[in-house]
Structure formats: structure tokens, C-alpha cells
Design a protein around this ligand. Sequence first.
Ligand SMILES: [Zn+2]
Length: 585
Amino acid sequence: MPKIVAILVLILVASGCHRDSSSRFRALSDEFVYTTLSFSPVGATGAGLHRFANQNLDEQLDDSSAAGLDRQRRFYEGFRQRLDGLAPDALTAQDRADLEIIRDQIALALLDLDEIHSARHNPTRYVETLGNALFNPYILEYAPKAARLGHIMARLEKTPAFLGQAAKNLVSSPDIWTTVAEEENEGNIALVDQTIRAKVPGDQRAAYDRVARPALDAMRQFQDYLKNDLAHRNQADWRLGRDRYRLKFRYTLETDAEPDRTLAEAEQRMAEVRTHMFELALPLHRALFRGHQDHAELKGGDREGRVIGEVLDKIAERHSTPESYMEDARKDLEEARAFVQQKHLLTLPSRSNLTVIPTPEFMRGIYSVGGFSPAPALEPQLGAFYWVTPIPKDWPKDRAQSKLREYNFYKLKLLTIHEAIPGHYVQAELANDVEPESRRVLRSVFGNGPYVEGWAQYATEVMLDEGFLDRSPELALSFAKEELRTLANAILDIRLQTLNMTDREAIELMEKQTFQEKEEAVGKLERAKLSSCQLPMYFLGWRGWRRVRDAYQQAQGRSYRLTEFNDRALEQGAVPLPVLGKLLP
Ligand SMILES: [Zn+2]
């Protein structure tokens, strides 16, 4: 009896201690989330935070001045010290997950501020920030239209100073970053001069013109600066190099994998997937090309490559036209939604706030194919957008053709599943139900990339496993090609950033080893130079999700249900994958 009392007392003390540390941690976490959001008023509008410290964030632009950047550095350093005072063992598993995310974010922010210095070398950062600053109040209906136009005009007024600061900060930039910044800046000019202007009501025209004119002048002047000034200071390298890459890899991906091992594993897996594709392709090849006799005259990799390549070429012939592309994506979305419902793969989100729109022009540098933009974490009732990048009317015919062949009938379905349902849209919507609010913001604004990208890949795999599109072998082969692409993504990122891989080697890997069309390969190479530690998310995340699910399935035994796993894992929001397993029952 006394023993039981003693244990009870211990439990009470322990839970009291939990509560205490937990509430202290929650206060810290709140402070971190809202303060860091306020460092980027543009990001804050996107997340649904409109006011902070008596300021209207929707009217501000990000402060990139030396003083502003220094204020951020001091905040992160001070905050790291305050976290050191916490005892993680006294926290709940959920709080520990958040603590890990915060620590990694601090490390990542300081790595950029102290070593990578993107403010000094990356012009796209300013151009994209400005584009988002103007586009978000235009597209997100968080306030009446007139108020949002007021926010756009307030930001336009600050645009000359913002771009002036950018020009002052930029020391040097690799050619590719400058070129893409020019393209995206053209997109911003069109956004202000045409897209937004067209929607300004008559009684606000004059006021809009008054602020738009100097803003447009500043944007054109910045264009001139990029072309004729920064372009000559091109000695900066887009490659991170081994040391900085290893650190960024750790804080961004939050897995236990190291770059070297990841590279070796991806390269090994590539051979396995090609063998699997050969098995899928052989019967299709036999039916399509009777006279080829299975290419028995070739051996090993050559034979594999020939058989798979010919079948993929044939599959690619079934595709949209530039005119039907967008509408086909919309139809595919409804087809995917119906299938998820019919098979009850997971509980679909309760809000219906998804729209398919063309990718905003100023984002087409990175999102050359498509993308997903979630509803703000603090205002989940607002719109979420599946971006499909249209095929420009002025593209030469063979370029358009190359893209349509890559995003053919099957691949466009896979894209829609990945970006929208049951991929990114479903994940983001369920993450937008996370409570409390600051946890929801933390896990979406600083959400774990491998969780997010891995979910989209894993969810597609689940669709195929459950028989989507009547178990079409063409779709299965297309999806295997997509797995090859996720492997190539990881290999490219690690080899380009740390091992001096050349453009030619990169293109060859994509075209020869992973069967990508030229247009796709060229676009991917550009993206690989614009980002780092982003491309390995697909491979690492997908594998991470499979591991978490397998462990869960084993633990549940006979009571395992796929729907239940998917629902529970999505309910957590985008936590690092090694943490996800610990949060599931
Ligand atoms: Zn994705």
C-alpha cells in the first residue's frame, strides 16, 4: 500500500513538473513562432498573421537592412541560449517535437545569416519576396477587397526603398541566379502593371497609379541593375560546398541520414528500379513492337535502356494540347478525389477551398511544372491553390511538345495526385487542424520538407497499390520512372552541390539513366542550381514514410488499418519523420 502511494506521489510530481515545463515551453514556442514570422511581414501575410506589436504587417515589406539582419541574428542567438535552460525530459513528446523543429530552424537561420549570406548573393530572394508581397493580398481573401488593395498600395509605396536596399546588399551573384531574377522581375512588373491594375475599381485608379508608377520605375531600374551591373559581378558560386552543405542538409532535412550515405543509397536503388521497370516494360514492349524480339541482340543496361525507353516514348504520345492542359489537370483532380473517397484511403479534409490556377509568373523559375500553395495556417478557411504552369503560347513547337510528352496523360495524373489529392493539398489541410495555434503555425511555416514531399510520394504509391486507373501497367511504369526521378533529384543535389558535377554529367544522368525529356532535364538542372537540400526530400521523405508506416503496422498487428494510419500521421502536422513514429500510438 505505501508503495502504491509513493508511486502515485511520484506520478503526480512528474505530471506537475510536465505541466510546468510544458507551459513554460509553450510560451517560448509562441514567442518564437510569432517573432520569427514578424521578421518577414510578407511571409506573415501568407501564414495569416496580420498584426504584430501594434503594426499592420500586411502593409510592410521585409527588412533586409544591416540593422534588420542583425536584429534577427541577435534574436536567434539569444533564443538558443534560452532553450538551453529547458530540460527536454520534462516535456511531453509533442513539445519535444516542437523543440526539435525550433532548434533546427535557429541553426538554419544562423547558418544563412553567418555563412551562406543569401542576402548578399541571391537576387531571386528579393524578387520573389516582392512578388509574394503583392500577390498574396491579391489572391488571399483575408479582408475585403478594398482593404487588401490598400495593403498592396502600401507595399508598392515601399518598393523603391526595398529594391534600393537589395541593390545595396548584393555583392555578387552566380549567372543563373541573376538570369532567373531578371525573368521573375519581369513577372513582377506584369503583375503590377497588368494583372493587379486590371482589377482596380474605377474610384481607386488614380491612387493606384500614384504608387504604381514609382514602384514600376524602381522595378525597371532594378532590371537594369541586374542586367548591367550585378551580371558583371558573377564570381559567387551557387555550389554550397561540402561543409556548408552537410550542415544545411542536417537542419533542413532533419533525418539521421548523411549526404554521402544518401548518395550511395540513391545510386544503388537506381539500379533496382531500372530492373523493376524492365520487368514492367517487357510485356508492353512485346505487344507494341512485335518485330523487335525483346532486343535480345543487346545486353545488360543497353537492353534495359532500349526496351524501357521505347515503351516510355510510346506512352508519351498520349498527351494533352497546350489548350487542354489546364482543364485536363482539373478533370484528373476530380478523378483522384473520387478514388480516394471510394476506397476510403483517408478522411478527406472538411473544407472545400482548393482551386486550380496557372502558376503565378514570378514563381515560374522554381515552379516550372506546377506546385501547391496551402491555405494560411492561421486562416485555414481561405483558399488553397494547385498551380499548374501553363505552356506559353510563344514556345517553339518542339519545346512545347517536349513538355507535353513528359507531362503526358499518365504523368499529369501523377502530378495532380502529388500536388493536390491525396498529396500536398490533403496533407496541408489536415495540418491546418493542428492545435494549439502556435504549434499549427510552427509545423506549417517550418514544416519538415521530407514529411511533406515524402507524403506526396507515399500517397501516390498508396493510390497505385489500391488499384487506381484499373492497375494500368502504363501508369505503373510512369510511376517507376517517377521513382527514378526522385533518386536522380537526390543524386543531382548532392553531386552538384558538393562534388562539382558538371552540367553535362547532370543532363546525361537525367536523359540516359532516368529517361527524362530534354525540356524536363534542362528545367530540373536550373532548379538544382537555384535551391539546395530541397531535391533530396522526395527520396528521403518517401523512404521515411514507408519506414514509419511499416513500424506502425508491425506494432498494431491484426488491428492495423491503413486509413487509421494515414489519418493519425497526417493529424500531427509536418514533424521530422524520425519524430513522427514516436508521436503515433
Ligand atoms: Zn511536392
